[in-house]
Design a protein around this ligand. Structure first.
Ligand code: ATP
Length: 395
């Protein structure tokens, strides 16, 4: 949790970003992290996002120094930090549990690391004051942790990490113990802090909304492998594989078979005879060699269409046009700005559609509807087995 006085005053070299090169982590028989490369830019807010067990915490703990990589290098400002113990690295971690010392008041909790590093007393007092102001908790210096709410304790945990002036602030699901409203407030607070400071933030979360709301870039992980890195909008609009398409945002997956691939248009047919057309002939994910493979007649695929790309209208005549389907409204929910429909097509294809709520009356359960979508709303992925990026030595 602490850092040295020497690193606190190191001037910016312009190189002080984080580079993870060929890092791998094996626990016994279990490979938690496959050989992984990642560059974190100076001052960016980067989120590691993925389901439980994907390896995001392990990666963060290796940056912090709580775990040693089985292989690979971790460079900060061009220097390998792997051999440095946690307290000698110019990084600090904020954990989900606040880990404040119960017998110390707030000011002493924040000052603890600086005292250990033998920073002069007047400087400690000054820095504690500054950091309390930064997290807007100036009036709480004399209180004990148990006299603060969960959200306030988390702010103090942040202050305690920031007082060391780390080059990189690591945040391990720091808001998961907070209720939803407080969590949203803390998200804004963290963004505000990040904008104010020149610090690189690496944030671990399994919550895609949180990652989308806060990050400059998101690293989507699954099974110890990076699936995609990019800005939230890019990942949402252009997922590289079926896992990413399904993990970020709501998604409709429709299983279909390719029936023709003429003039740059792939035609696909579902079991209930819905015809889909998509402009791309590339099947994602790319092969292990990184080459997209062209769709071929007979390929079994999963087409993905976002709920907000679906149009919903009362059915008039039966439709046989491509990129449309007749269905029945099973239920709807009013979500404020949108109405979300659950619509069944054919025997049991459940389709989620989200349409703007303004000026429309919801269509009741049982209403026969026509769904339609544009060809560019259709993303095409391999069948489920080819759904994620390959592990090392995999296909
Ligand atoms: P969560 O969101 O549940 O914390 P995560 O994505 O952070 O999950 P990790 O905690 O990094 O995942 O775990 C990745 C894999 O490594 C899991 O299979 C986990 O069981 C394993 N693992 C993590 N730490 C250890 C350890 N100390 N010993 C053995 N296996 C471990």
């Amino acid at each position: 949790m602490t850092t040295t006085a020497a690193t606190e005053t190191t001037p910016s070299t312009g190189l002080d970003h984080l580079e993870i090169r060929g890092v791998k982590k094996v626990f016994g028989e279990n490979t938690a992290i496959e050989r992984l490369d990642l560059t974190v830019h100076k001052g960016e807010f980067l989120s590691l996002l993925g389901p439980s067990g994907c390896g995001k915490t392990t990666l963060l703990r290796m940056i912090a120094g709580f775990e040693a990589p089985t292989d690979g290098e971790i460079l900060l400002a061009g220097k390998d930090i792997v051999s440095l113990p946690p307290h000698r690295r110019p990084v600090n971690t904020v954990f989900q549990s606040y880990l404040l010392f119960p017998h110390m008041n707030i000011a002493d909790n924040i000052a603890y690391g600086l005292k250990q590093a033998k920073v002069p007393k007047p400087e400690i007092a000054q820095r504690v004051r500054e950091v309390l102001a930064l997290v807007q908790m100036e009036d709480f210096a004399g209180r004990r942790p148990e006299q603060l709410s969960g959200g306030q304790q988390q702010r103090i945990a942040l202050a305690r990490a920031l007082v060391n002036r780390p080059q990189v602030l690591l945040l391990d699901e720091p808001m998961s113990a907070l209720d939803r409203k407080l969590r949203e407030e803390m998200q804004l607070e963290l963004k505000r802090l990040h904008t104010k400071l020149d610090t690189t933030f690496v944030f671990v979360t399994h919550d895609q909304d949180e990652a989308l709301a806060m990050s400059d870039r998101i690293v989507v992980m699954y099974d110890g492998v990076i699936q995609q890195i990019g800005g939230g909008e890019d990942i949402y609009a252009n997922p590289h594989n079926g896992f990413v398409a399904g993990f970020i945002g709501k998604q409709n997956f429709i299983t279909a078979e390719v029936t023709s691939t003429d003039s740059g248009i792939a035609r696909m047919r579902t079991a209930n005879s819905t015809v889909l057309e998509a402009p791309s002939l590339d099947l994602r994910p790319a092969t292990a060699a990184g080459q997209p493979r062209q769709l071929q007649v007979g390929d079994r695929v999963r087409a993905a269409i976002r709920p907000e790309r679906m149009r919903v209208a009362r059915a008039t005549a039966d439709t046989t046009a491509a990129n449309s389907a007749r269905g029945t409204v099973m239920s709807y929910s009013f979500l404020g700005d949108v109405i979300q429909y659950m619509i069944v097509v054919g025997d049991n294809d459940e389709i989620l559609a989200r349409v703007p709520a303004a000026g429309t009356q919801p269509l009741a359960a049982g209403t026969e509807v026509e769904l339609s979508w544009e060809a560019d709303a259709v993303d095409v992925f391999g069948s489920e087995t080819g759904d994620v990026g390959p592990r090392e030595g995999g296909a």
